[in-house]
Design a protein around this ligand. Structure first.
Ligand code: M6R
Length: 629
């Protein structure tokens, strides 16, 4: 989604803004722009396409001016500015539609992430007052509205304009008549304020701030921040002052860098062993003591308030979008398997528009890497309104999901920059397994020996993931032989079906290959009609009890000319005859295989993307965090 940056301080704003926008590129964008308050007034530069186009345009303008004017008139030389990467929603990607948008006087500039739902009505209203619109965007109305209410006090004008806006927005606003302030606003779209020494910043996400500060304020919904170079003041929507707590970001700046890898996605795939360890280790209490004082190992879920009261729950509802929904599906199977409790995995974008049935004892587990996905947040609010106990699993500290849920379990995956989610998925799985195991113990479906057995298996997963990653060259070689397949299917049952869905999503989103996942037993009910010589079928076969069933399915597609790949354990030879290629993973209890079997599929998608000449970190038409519907 769109990225916002803003700077006020003593440095030249332009390089800070351009660097900040670079750090937000991962969010997805099709155009970019900056507005800086310089000696010559408000200067705006916007460009369709990649950020380097904007950089070139800014340099060309600066060079032109230095030939004709003096240093005092250096364009884009001011110390206050805002910048934006746009992901088109209203109006095609173009220079004109790019942000910042200015009002008719050319003195107020606005950058916006979100959607103004009543923009048509506001446009008509403003047009009736003589405003001539230049762009097709919903954002432009904001600049004109602020100008309409402006009578010398920017904050007052912004507050008045906000009262007229419906929809979601994160905003950065500057005004030529107020050279000492940036105003930032948030409603349902993320915005972080960076607190520096003699300089302050705004950004859609923390990586854009890390070079300047690690001290941040997370703006809450309907809050306004007024930044000057030495201080930041906060107001609620009633215009009352609000005190906010400063949070400290612990990641080192390198966590959001590529660290020698060609792409963030490859780096993040390779970080999975560490991410899994970091997610698991703090939640395992080792066995201790001896004799009467001896205690068994256990899972510590105090962070989500796991206690005996959970025994009253009659149902677990897991809700999410995209990859996180696939983690929810694995969660559903895990809750049924370990805790024998009815569980549903709901697609948040569907759930929010249904008329779902709620029980007061339901436990809602809402999963989101970013914690900012609009549909997921809507599902969370629906569950809260209906009295459910809402637990968030998220990767982003201070995200909206983390703040609005009753309790939070963090996936300690570190920043995930690539659009295609990888380490977030496997760590989300680790979290749902831990809850399911503990629930199993509480409900008496699992005894201590069983828990010990499964914890031991979970503890081996990071090393086993490491072992799977060692086979990356085999997968790269395989991808080089079939990256241009036009039809790729993934098939599996239960846990393997969830991984099939995730693998097909990964392949389609970054390699643009038409890939689909089918529950293997459903092949005969339709999809097998598609199988022919041009088809590659990857069968996830990691559940011993279903080996024969899967083998029949593989033979069925092979008989119709499809090439077949099987992902199974390294000691299994059940598929030697039916599979053209076998990728192997180490042994673990069948229910835990998704954390390992997905890795070859992530690598396969990555290499296909690269071989097809795509940028896997920035797939076309996609944004990292879908903060609008
Ligand atoms: O941030 P979230 O986990 O809520 O994001 C949900 C989906 O948008 C996300 O998983 C998406 O499907 C990814 N691009 C998948 O790789």
């Amino acid at each position: 989604m769109c990225g916002i940056v803003g700077y006020i301080g003593v440095k030249e704003a332009t390089p800070v803004l351009l660097k900040g926008l670079k750090k937000l590129e991962y969010r997805g964008y099709d155009s970019a722009g900056i507005a800086v308050l310089g000696a010559g007034g408000l200067e705006v530069c916007k460009s369709k396409g990649a950020l380097n186009k904007l950089e070139e345009k800014v340099s060309a303008l600066s060079a032109q001016a230095s030939q004709t004017g003096g240093a005092s008139k250096k364009p884009f030389g001011g110390t206050l500015g805002i910048g934006h990467t746009r992901w088109a929603t209203h109006g095609e990607p173009s220079d004109i539609n790019s942000h910042p948008h200015t009002d008719i006087s050319g003195k107020i500039a606005v950058v916006h992430n979100g959607i103004i739902e009543n923009h048509r009505k506001l446009k008509e209203w403003l047009a009736g007052r003589g405003v001539v619109f230049r762009s097709e965007t919903d954002t432009e109305v904001i600049a004109h509205l602020i100008n309409y209410y402006y009578a010398g006090e920017l904050l007052v004008a912004v507050q008045a304009a906000l009262k007229r806006l419906e929809g979601s927005y994160a905003l950065g606003i500057i005004c030529e008549n107020d050279r000492d302030h940036i105003i930032a606003v948030r409603k349902e779209s993320p915005l972080v304020i960076g607190r520096g020494g003699g300089e302050n910043l705004i950004a859609s996400d923390v990586p854009a701030l890390l070079e300047y500060t690690r001290d941040v304020y997370y703006l809450d919904d309907r809050e306004i921040a007024v930044l000057s170079k030495d201080k930041v003041e906060f107001y609620n929507e009633e215009g009352e002052r609000v005190q906010k707590t400063l949070s400290h970001v612990d990641w080192d700046a390198g966590a959001a860098e590529k660290g020698g890898y060609e792409h963030f996605m490859l780096k993040e795939i390779n970080e999975q062993p560490k991410a899994l360890t970091d997610t698991l280790r703090p939640r395992i209490i080792p066995a201790g003591g001896t004799g009467a004082m001896a205690s068994s190992r256990s899972v510590n879920l105090a962070e989500i308030g796991f206690d005996k009261s959970w025994a009253e729950a009659r149902r677990v509802v897991l809700c999410a979008c995209g990859t996180a929904w696939h983690a929810a599906m694995v969660g559903k199977y895990a809750f049924e398997y370990f805790a024998r409790i009815p569980s549903d995995a709901e697609i948040a974008s569907e759930y929010r528009y249904r008329n779902p049935i709620f029980n007061p004892s339901d436990i809602f587990i809402i999963i989101s890497q970013s914690g900012e996905t609009a549909d997921t947040l809507a599902a969370l609010r629906l569950a809260k309104k209906n009295g459910g106990r809402v637990i968030a699993i998220t990767n982003v500290l201070g995200s909206t999901l983390a703040r609005e849920a009753d309790l939070v379990m963090y996936t300690w995956a570190g920043p995930e920059i690539a659009v295609a989610s990888t380490k977030a998925f496997t760590t989300q799985l680790m979290c749902v397994y831990l809850i399911a195991l503990q629930f199993g113990l509480l409900r008496g479906n699992l005894d201590q020996a069983g828990l010990d057995h499964y914890i031991e298996a979970l503890e081996k997963i990071p090393t086993q993931a490491e072992a799977v990653l060692k086979s990356k060259e085999t997968i790269q070689r395989f991808a080089s032989l079939c990256f241009n397949k036009s039809k790729v299917f993934f098939i599996g049952r239960l846990f393997d079906y969830a991984v099939s869905l995730e693998s097909a999503l990964k392949l389609k989103e970054i390699s643009y290959t038409h890939s689909e996942a089918f529950a293997a037993g459903e092949l005969k009910h339709g999809p097998i009609a598609l199988a022919d010589e041009s088809t590659l079928v990857t069968a996830l076969c990691t559940q011993e009890a279903l080996f024969d069933k899967m083998d029949s399915n593989i033979k069925e597609v092979k008989a119709r000319g499809a090439s077949t790949v099987v992902i199974t354990y390294d000691d299994v030879h059940h598929f030697d005859e039916s599979a053209d290629t076998v990728f192997r993973i180490p042994r673990t209890p069948d229910c835990f295989t998704p954390m390992l079997s997905v890795i070859p599929c992530q690598l396969y998608a990555y290499y296909c993307s690269v071989l097809r000449g795509n940028d896997p970190d920035k797939p076309r038409n996609l944004a990292k965090s879908v903060t609008v519907e």
